[in-house]
Write a protein that binds this ligand. Structure first.
Ligand code: SAM
Ligand code: SF4
Length: 314
């Protein structure tokens, strides 16, 4: 269905947990986040029903995210249930990759079509300090397992941070020489842990084009502007929520692990869905779509969301 401004809303980002086994410095405090009671979090059945009722509202693509979705108990049942919903054409999952080694094949069998793997650095020591507890080896093994399980068109999410990992832009772009993958550079958004970081950390996506002038524009894919170095197997995506506001093309709604529909990532509006099923859930989701604001004002006011990314679902 269309929202009040005529945008077709066909994409649901569903967070299945706030918890994570990593503590990326821009996303989570070192101490982690308080664990919620079972009763506060959407159950497996509720997650599937949220996707089913969203499909009735016109959603065609679902992305399962978190926190880290692979630490969620019942994640395979959630994926299987969503994949079976008529009308959902594409089921994707965003993961930090740490547990993919054990999960890749079952995710494929459960009906997940595509994976995005977050990878902010290719240097083992930097990886350990950026994630505060992660191992680059685990993620690379996970990526191998995903390829063996038949996941094609893998996407890597790289959050750009000035003075932290922007010196690795050419190394990431070099990955696309031999491999048919997409490396997506995402502008860091001032939300949660990094809301008060020094402005120099928030570098624009144009830094990528300056570092790799051979990149030529090809097309767009949702909110990503795509580039390729001629002759390379893979592509480079730029996601620029700060320097290139894409609200006019926004096609998404988000649902948090505790069942709040967020019509906009950066607004404080939240519609409670927990406890609703069937027709009542359908009506609440439809109401949420109609409440989508025209645009965020993050560049002027900062993010108005009361939650950090791990509690929204990035
Ligand atoms: N744990 C999974 C992962 O890291 O892929 C899924 C959840 S994570 C919140 C989803 C994506 O949001 C990751 O690619 C992460 O790097 C990104 N993210 C988190 N905080 C962000 C921020 N402040 N600005 C931009 N991207 C952010
Ligand atoms: Fe966990 Fe993903 Fe946040 Fe990193 S970005 S702390 S992996 S939820």
């Amino acid at each position: 269905m269309n929202d009040a401004y005529g945008r077709r809303i066909d994409y649901l980002r569903l967070s299945v947990t706030d918890l994570c086994n990593y503590r990326c410095i821009y996303c989570m405090p070192d101490s982690g986040v308080p664990k919620k009671e079972h009763s506060e979090v959407l159950s497996v059945e509720e997650c599937i029903d949220v996707a089913a009722q969203s499909a009735r509202c016109g959603v065609r693509k679902v992305r399962v995210t978190g926190g880290e979705p692979l630490v969620r108990h019942g994640i395979l049942d959630i994926c299987r249930g969503i994949a079976e919903i008529g009308g959902i054409a594409e089921l994707c999952l965003t993961t930090n990759g740490s547990l993919l080694g054990g999960f890749a094949r079952s995710l494929r069998e459960a009906g997940v079509d595509r994976l995005n793997v977050s990878l902010d650095t290719l240097r083992p020591e930097r990886f350990a300090s950026l994630t505060r507890r992660g191992s680059l080896t685990d993620v690379l093994e996970g990526v191998d397992a995903a390829l063996r399980a038949g996941f094609g068109r893998l996407k890597f999410n790289v959050v750009l941070m000035g003075g932290v990992n922007d010196d690795e832009i050419p190394d990431f772009v070099a990955l696309t020489r031999e491999h048919p993958v997409e490396v997506r550079f995402i502008e860091l958004m001032p939300i949660g842990e990094c809301a008060d970081w020094d402005r120099s950390r928030f570098v624009g996506g144009s830094r990528v084009l300056e570092a790799c002038p051979d990149l030529s524009p090809t097309d767009t894919d949702g909110v990503a502007a795509r580039y390729r170095i001629p002759g390379y197997a893979g592509t480079v995506g730029l996601i620029r929520p700060l320097s290139h506001k894409f609200c006019s093309e926004c096609n998404r709604i988000r649902v948090t692990a505790d069942g709040k529909l967020k019509p906009c990532l950066h607004s404080e509006a939240e519609i409670p869905l927990k406890g609703l099923r069937g027709e009542a859930l359908f009506r609440a989701i439809r109401g949420g779509i109609l409440q989508k604001p025209l645009q965020h004002e993050m560049e002027r006011l900062g993010s108005r969301s009361v939650r950090p990314m791990n509690r929204i679902g990035g």
